[in-house]
Design a protein around this ligand. Sequence first.
Ligand SMILES: O=C(O)CC[C@@H]1NC(=O)NC1=O
Ligand SMILES: [Fe+3]
Length: 408
Amino acid sequence: MTQQCDWLLGNLRLATLTDSEIPYGAIEDGAVALAGDRVIYAGPATDMPDLAARRRLDGRGRWATPGLVDCHTHLVYGGSRAPEFEQRLRGASYEEIARAGGGILSTVAATRLAGEDELYTSGRQRLLRLLEEGVTTVEIKSGYGLDLESELKMLRVARRLGEDLPVTVRTTFLGAHALPAEYREPGADAYIDMLCRDMLPEVARQGLADAVDVFCEGVGFSPAQTERVFEAAAAHGLPVKGHVEQLSDLKGAVLAARHRALSVDHLEYLAAADTNVLAEAGTVAVLLPGAFYYLHETRLPPVAALRERGVPMAVATDLNPGTSPMASLLTAMNQACVLFHLTPEEALRGASVNGARALGLDDRGQLVAGQRADLALWDIDSPAELSYGLNYHRPGALFQGGVLQHDH
Ligand SMILES: O=C(O)CC[C@@H]1NC(=O)NC1=O
Ligand SMILES: [Fe+3]
């Protein structure tokens, strides 16, 4: 009996990114069939079932990958930190800039002042840069509001971006990003009290966050304060993730793994011995080479140990105004290879299937029947080219949720 489908894509080479001995899970003479927002077939053209397609697309021998996933961004924010960039290059230290009101708190001030439409317009421009590169799922954090109304404002903007553009937006509440100036006196414990008592419950009640994140660092929050936020998140049914071991080893990753975190992010100062705990917890290691590059960091995350213990590695832009103003996931993939010594296949898995896992999503990131119909077609000779060039490629064709966005 002939089955109906909406799209039949032939004459393709597939980078399925399934678990396979074959690099990229590659299928040379491949075909893909879409019905609604799902893939119903992805495999050798010769094994294609009997399908009656409403529309057909000639893949023209292009490589098909899953839609890309950027699992860690702070792309909604007000103001700019370009002046600081210039000050630093003229010799000012971070401390001098922070004392003069710069750093995260200057973005907080600008974000609190910015109206919702202003945040939406600037965030939309940054998000469109990512979509141009074949990104179909993005995570967007709050964390520049640091009071209830401003955090809710940021999360509403993030939700609205996902409603208006052909992208799945997953939101993360990062109220524990920095200590706001008005809490410098009562101190960080008082701020965490308020966050757990007032902010997190309201964010959860309004359904504005899909996860909760904490900046666990000497310049952020302590492991004890981090754990209080994780416990409050669990009490409201929200999974957790953490900015951990970015500048020092506070065992934030071990703490996050103990709370079955979806992901632990940055990891430059993660001890190789602690990678076992991540493997046992099934927590994804998110690598953020943009911040490493921008901060002139020299300490590398323990990639060899993560690889050896089979910890899934994701790669993301960490798009934020202070340490990674980088709106290019393909560039992050290149940096992950050049700076962190990932292979191009690991980088592509990091920006697709493992990025999806870092968001708790198992319905995307591979070209397999049953997955979301998010896929990009690339005019390249090998999938390695996607990590090879810096901001070098754009997908020739893109499907998001089974809808053809373009086919150049
Ligand atoms: O400087 C900023 O605006 C954000 C810095 C950013 N946030 C964080 O937790 N780690 C970072 O690198
Ligand atoms: Fe970040």
